[in-house]
Design a protein around this ligand. Sequence first.
Ligand code: ZN
Length: 451
Amino acid sequence: MAKNKKKQTELDKIVSLCRRRGFIFQSSEIYGGLNGAYDYGPLGVQLKNNIRDLWWKEMTQMHDDIVGLDASILMASKVWEASGHIKNFSDPMVDCKECKSRFRADQIDLEAPCPVCGSKDSFTEPRDFNLMFQTHIGANSGSASEIYLRPETAQGIYVNFRNVVDSSRVQIPFGIAQIGKSFRNEITTKNFIFRSCEFEQMEMQFFCKPGDDEKWFPYWREQRMAFYEKMGIRMDHLRWHQHGPKELAFYAKDAYDIEYNFVEPMQWQELEGVHSRTDYDLTQHSKFCGKQQDYLDPVTHEKYIPYVVETSAGLTRNVLMALCDAYDEEVLTTEKGEDVRTVLHFHPNLAPVKVAVLPLVKKDGIAEMAKELEQSLREEFPTFYDQGGAIGRRYRRMDEIGTPYCVTVDYDTKEDNTVTLRFRDSMEQVRIPMSELVATIKESTKNYKRK
Ligand SMILES: [Zn+2]
């Protein structure tokens, strides 16, 4: 069978840019790579931190009824018994008896030959495969030392509900926000960092009086969608998906996902869930730990187990969304013919490097002046200094990593203290006094609109 060379998908191009420019590498690459695990390089970690900081500010600083938490990844096994993860957190799995490849039974045609080795009738019977990573704590072996890497951050919030109420004077309604790593032993990892075994979540559980969830559920849906608009994401690439009866967890009252239209071949995929979870989790923990996880209203003296509205977003999925949303190949017509400009149209608040300072030439003290300017901007912005190569090529290198502002220092700067400020999206250049640089960049960031 003749093998056609596969056409590079949009996703392939983004993966390749991420590796080439130091956003994201495969884990343990020099040893052949570890599937489903990724390392964030110099630009990737900055992009991820920028998104994380925006979410944290949005959820805690901008909402005075939300407090933060950072629970540990390792938790008592009882937590996962109570939450139902030990019993139910599994996917149906089959193995190919010939090549030993493993598949999710619900994702392949069990009547067809093995997609890896082509053997017929080689699949085992489907069996449940728990997605939690198990490990051991302490020096003793045996079931008492068996613990799990958390498969979600939410339970860390539930088990600290009473601690937070008793220690921080919060009153219902209030929320607890947390960002952290979670781990799932996915049978099939795919779509780059979209479904990986180790990932980061940004979750908030909002505790309210039973019945008031009817008010808070639409409120949080609206808040969460508005966040992505602030992040500068194209709104026509986002939509709601309401869970049907088959998708809805048995205890959930209602659930919506925010879906993003990722690049080919991914298309619409879940980015964040906003779920109305009733009192299920706190009730489960009350039963399993033997201590009531309830709340006494200091004014009405009513006692109840609060209802929860949860917002659960993937931080690492947000990174992929930011990359997909920003990626563009622009065809430019120049004197020499057609030219393709690869550019990441990040919102300036997301861009790993915000300002690049470039001396037009290295000689006559121009480089020293540019370096000094770059140093002075560091207090305000993440900056980058580049003196190597033709100025046009340096601009393009900055476009490719999404740097929104480039500042060029030249001979005129020596005379009149002005510099050239170049805007990434429009490639427009303006001449301004150096003293106005910080204010101009801040103003432009505030008014940034993606074309
Ligand atoms: Zn096989």
